[in-house]
Design a protein around this ligand. Structure first.
Ligand code: IMP
Length: 184
């Protein structure tokens, strides 16, 4: 089986990708913090990151990276591509405090997975809609406790259920279809 390298510092993302690419590619982790260009466009950040990580690999093994964010409607899409920075600085509790007073607390998680193999760079987007609520649940990570979908927060769902409907899962499913088609 061919190998696909996932440039990420998060082994949980690698396990999730393995589920989608099972039988098509062997997914190995490259613990590499790719260069993140400053852009309001997740696809541009992910595409440039995948190209950087492919170069850093120094061989011809194709690479994927993902970039994700939480886009709050009533805050005009904030924190969006800056979600990681905002999580580290304000923290999830204070993002909820910002959202609490809004009339429109609808939000989306968006994710773009980018593939690069030196010849081709492709991006695959996935999103999931929800509503921001006061923190609930102990599972997941990041903004999961304040993101409610179908009556439960992502932090209240098991990993399998969350992955089946998550933004990253949807982007990975598109990548898997594209890779399977490309090989046939
Ligand atoms: P990254 O691009 O995966 O590093 O994610 C960017 C930011 O969005 C980080 O603050 C993550 O914690 C957050 N984030 C990404 N995916 C999820 C998710 O599935 N649940 C909760 N937070 C997420």
């Amino acid at each position: 089986m061919r190998t696909l390298r996932f440039a990420t510092t998060n082994p949980g993302k690698v396990r999730e990708a393995e589920e989608y690419l099972d039988g098509v590619y062997d997914v190995e982790q490259h613990d590499y913090d790719y260069v993140e260009v400053q852009s309001s466009d997740l696809a541009e950040i992910a595409a440039r990151g995948a190209e950087d990580a492919f170069e850093a690999g120094g061989d011809d093994v194709p690479v994927i990276v993902d970039d994700a964010g939480l886009f709050v409607r009533g805050l005009d899409g904030f924190p969006g591509p800056y979600s990681s920075y905002v999580e580290d600085t304000l923290g999830v509790e204070r993002v909820w405090q910002l959202a609490e007073g809004l009339d429109d607390r609808r939000a989306a998680f968006r994710c773009v997975v980018a593939f690069a193999d030196g010849d081709t760079t492709e991006t695959f987007a996935g999103s999931v809609q929800g509503t921001l609520v006061a923190p609930r649940g102990d599972g997941g990570f990041g903004y999961d406790p304040i993101f409610e979908h179908g009556g439960e927060t992502f932090a209240e769902m098991g990993t399998d259920r969350k992955n089946a409907l998550s933004h990253r899962g949807r982007a990975l499913a598109k990548l898997a279809d594209w890779l399977a088609e490309r090989r046939s």
